[in-house]
Ligand binder design. Sequence first.
Ligand code: NAD
Length: 290
Amino acid sequence: MTAKLVDGVAVAAKIRSELKERASRLTAAGEQPGLAVIMVGNNAASAVYVRNKIRACHEVGIRSSRFDFPADVDPAEVLTRIQALNADPAVHGILVQLPLPPHFPIPLLLQAISAEKDVDGFHLYNVGGLVIGDTVFPPCTPYGVVKLLEHEGVEIEGKNVVVVGASNIVGKPMALMLMQREATVCICHAKTRDLAQFTILADILVVAAGKPNLIVPQMVKTGAVVIDVGINRLPDGKLVGDVDFAGVSQKASLITPVPGGVGPMTITMLLANTIGSAERRLAGANRSAA
Ligand code: NAD
């Protein structure tokens, strides 16, 4: 079997063109969507992500603002900025680019973002919403995976899903979202003994561990759908995922490449969350005016 390749760039472009229309309707109604991005320090990878987010906002018609702080800034100063953004009606989404410098109280900052502007979905209120299957801000990367699966017509209900990786931003929300769609979900992590005994059972295998070549063909069921979230830079500069792409694509029925699979979806879902937030604000304003 040779797997069909999932073209994340094409799916993201399709969704972005729909988002552009929604943004332009909002702007016409006087509610241009706005995203504020806070960056602390000068982590090179974060700088690239932030630049890409700002550019993507511009492309779909979201007004973006960026707030840069030096790595040694007093966290109280960042908190003050978050509070000002919470109160700013032109801002519908606020995100703090992670990681933050070691002295930063990350939970405190994430909880300071208004739950109504928490486009990354990391506020405890939204995490709780995710657990009970009722959140308006699904975390962007797993949300992007769900959209890719939907786009490819992959049935989720009743399927065996294995998620490799249990982080708060990818693995755990991914597992919850797929469980909500009535899959039988197993989560594996760095302490899992004999990973292969779990992955081999997966109809849908989502890998988000950050370990190149973690998943080799012997660990994958023939015909499985394989979603590779990992992004790893090899010493020669090449970008790869967590899955042995050449080998596993001979066994899977559907596979995402790296780059060009899940990556382009993450920022797209950030745009979707920001536009969704602006739509809710407008609907609320219209209700109060009625
Ligand atoms: P993380 O380091 O916070 O978490 C990694 C998880 O993988 C942990 O739960 C850990 O226990 C598990 N893990 C590590 N080694 C393992 C092993 N040998 N076997 C099984 N589990 C193992 O990372 P993260 O933030 O969740 O990101 C995971 C990967 O996804 C990284 O490569 C990251 O760059 C990538 N990522 C991609 C996107 C995207 O847009 N495509 C977004 C976020 C993260």
